[in-house]
Design a binder for this molecule. Structure first.
Ligand code: GDP
Length: 669
């Protein structure tokens, strides 16, 4: 079952969500007393006391305009007869649920706004709004009723049958007007019920054998330690290029690949011709990474694009992520697969990227929250501003301050590099234009970082891989799933389980797709084994139903199945948020490259600056709190932060903005 049920409703009805001035934090207290005199002045002709004004401000998230609207609707002006439009004690919240099929738990969203505006028509009644996933229009009934099944209206299939039996609507057959005798007859067991009972008893006696997971048997016997040592002779770094849209991320990566000889001049020439024909010749290098038609015609990266390269001494996985604010979810997916972030800044429009509407700060905050502890900052497009060192220094100092002071990055883990991706200055080749800069090129920095990051692989840690892509070979029981191995090792012949469906299969082969420096040939090399940190394609066979396998699922050995959960406890760090987060507030949870509608189910405590923990009923900007999160429409296979330092993290977003990130402390159910 997905979505809200009657238990949830009961919880809300019994939750005291009233205004309590003592429970405000400093920030909210300031907002309240800043707004109160202004609202008082506006409402001076209305019969409303200060206590009510405070509550109205709180209900309206301290918005003076919205609060005054509420005053106007609910309180008569002084010269008229004083009538309180709403009876006291009415619930002051709206619950809006948008969900897909409640029976199947298919995808959709759920929203609830507690402490909603206490307008007359809303205060006296609760309102539930159900709507279909396809957005076929809300189906709304008064007084907390869900839509009756079979009403023929869109969304009717989302009706809760239990609820309908409890309190049938008058208009339905068998509703309140149904004869009492008929109702009583239904309570006695009928002949069909007796048949069902005896069948149930028989079924209960049948012993069903629990399917045992097939034992993991590697295909080949070989010296695993020697194979791992061979692999680790070339350290492997995965880095994601992040930054505001149009800062030149795709161009920078295209330039890197071109100057390393991985993309040959024939390919670049072809891309230059194609981009020229569309009037976008300046995008020729970016097109190396932006491969879809949509990306090319719009000139923005839409999805993450990943490529693996090998130098004589090292291996790299490069992840290009979209910078546009509409594609932050894809960017989160890219960051969750990276060891290092390369933050690319357009030196000529630094302010727009760094503003609160830009993506520079949001991307950096997400990267740190997802456990990326090292960051390289490329101050790019310096060719436009005549290679100015003053501009470069000023940008470095602002970004460093933000990273160290606000995100608590260790200054020793930050590197700054001046570049022009378009012209290729200081990407692979040092630049004569940047004579004032004596440090390493971007490629040299990446090599340094690759050496600095620990690559010790614990071969005994459990094998875990999140599926980021799926291809369907011609055989019905086969699939090729690709992704980054989060932990452990895997070999062909081993039997794996895919959570949450618990589909079991066998690894037929493992391959890695990569290009070597100086060659434009893309190789698909079969592997005897694959290990943590590698991006691999696993060909799976003997799957009972490959339809069950989805992007975002987690592959483990079948001897170590991950149980999916619906609730988890986490330490949630909130970013700057406009409105307080209350128990019941819905948001979208990002995990394993997918998004799941969720809600704040419980606030256990808030961790204050001096490390004390306080009980609170709502959360506001920059709070750190221990909370319980409930997934609304599906279960997810999760691991705690103690089990996996990267996989045990989540990002939460609301209304298209990233509002916080969490570390999973405990799986609840
Ligand atoms: P992304 O959205 O961050 O991936 O940016 P793109 O790589 O698609 O580049 C956006 C635009 O900026 C394109 O027109 C590029 O040619 C241009 N551009 C990228 N890098 C540079 C640079 O170093 N110098 C100049 N002058 N333009 C650049």
């Amino acid at each position: 079952m997905g979505g809200f049920d009657d238990d949830d409703l009961h919880d809300y009805e019994n939750e005291d969500l009233g205004f309590d001035e003592d429970a405000l934090n400093d920030d909210e207290y300031d907002q309240l007393y800043d707004a109160l005199p202004k609202l008082k002045a506006l409402a001076k002709n209305h019969q409303v006391d200060e206590k009510a004004l405070k509550e109205i401000l709180w209900n309206n998230y301290f918005s003076i305009d919205d609060s005054f609207e509420e005053v106007k609707q609910n309180y008569k002006r002084e010269y008229g007869e004083y009538v309180r439009a709403v009876p006291d004690g009415g619930p002051s919240w709206i619950l809006t649920i948008r969900t897909a099929n409640v029976e199947t738990g298919a995808a959709g969203t759920a929203t609830q706004r507690a402490h909603g505006p206490a307008r007359a028509q809303e205060r006296g009644q609760r309102r539930l709004v159900w709507s279909s996933r396809e957005g076929q229009g809300d189906v709304e009934t008064g007084e907390g009723e869900k839509v009756p099944a079979g009403s023929g209206r869109p969304g009717a299939e989302f009706c809760s049958r239990e609820r309908r039996t409890e309190r049938p609507r008058d208009s339905e057959p068998g509703g309140n007007r149904a004869p009492k005798k008929a109702a009583a007859n239904f309570e006695k067991p009928g002949p069909d019920d007796r048949k069902v009972e005896s069948l149930t008893e028989k079924v209960a006696k049948i012993k069903i054998k629990e399917p045992k997971p097939a034992a993991s048997k590697p295909k080949q016997k070989f010296d695993i330690d020697a194979e791992l040592a061979k692999k680790n002779s070339k350290p492997n770094l995965s880095f994601v290029v992040i930054g505001h849209v149009d800062s030149g991320k795709s161009t920078l990566i295209g330039r890197l690949l071109y100057d390393l000889g991985i993309v040959d001049s024939k390919t670049l020439h072809k891309l230059t011709k194609e981009s020229g024909a569309m009037g976008k010749s300046s995008f020729s290098l970016a097109w190396i990474m932006d491969q879809t038609q949509e990306e090319r015609s719009r000139g923005v990266t839409v999805d993450i694009c990943q490529t693996q390269i090998e130098t004589p001494t090292q291996k790299f996985t490069i992840i290009d992520s979209p910078g546009h604010k509409d594609y932050v979810p894809q960017m989160i997916n890219g960051v969750s697969q990276a060891d290092l972030a390369v933050m690319n800044i357009d030196a000529n429009s630094f302010e727009s990227g760094f503003s609160n509407q830009g993506q520079t700060k949001e991307h950096l905050t997400i990267a740190k929250s997802l456990g990326v502890e090292r960051c390289v900052v490329t101050v790019n497009k310096l060719d436009v501003g005549q290679w100015s060192q003053t501009v470069y220094d000023a940008i470095c100092s602002q970004i460093r301050q933000f990273l160290v002071d606000e995100l608590a990055y260790d200054a020793a883990n930050l590197v700054f590099v001046p570049t022009s991706g378009f012209l290729g200055d200081n990407v692979v080749r040092p630049s004569k234009n940047l004579a004032w800069y004596t440090g390493p090129t971007l490629m040299q920095v990446l090599e340094q970082e690759n050496r600095a990051i620990s690559h010790v692989v614990d071969k005994k840690s459990p094998f875990v891989m999140v599926i980021s892509d799926i291809q369907e070979p011609s055989k019905n029981d086969e699939l090729v799933v690709s992704g980054r191995i989060n932990s452990g090792i895997i070999q062909p012949g081993e039997s794996v389980s895919i959570s949450p469906s618990q589909e079991v299969g066998e690894v037929a082969s493992i391959s890695i797709t990569a290009s070597s420096v100086g060659s434009s040939v893309i190789k698909h090399d079969l592997q005897k084994l694959a290990q943590e940190g590698e991006f691999v394609e696993l060909k799976l066979k003997k799957l009972a139903s490959r339809e069950n396998v989805k992007v975002g699922d987690v592959v483990t050995l079948s001897s170590n199945v991950l149980q999916p959960v619906k609730k988890f406890k986490c330490e949630l760090n909130l970013f700057n948020i406009e409105r307080p987060l209350l128990v019941g507030t819905p948001f979208v949870l990002f995990k394993n490259g997918i998004s799941v509608p969720s809600r704040l189910s419980e606030i256990e405590s808030i961790v204050t600056k001096d490390g004390r923990s306080k009980k609170r009923r709502h959360l506001s900007s920059n709070n750190t709190a221990v909370v319980v999160v409930e997934l609304l429409e599906r279960e997810l296979p999760l691991v705690t932060i103690a089990q996996d330092r990267k996989l045990g993290r989540v990002v939460v977003r609301k209304d298209g903005l990233s509002i916080g990130a969490g570390k999973i402390l405990e799986l609840v159910a």
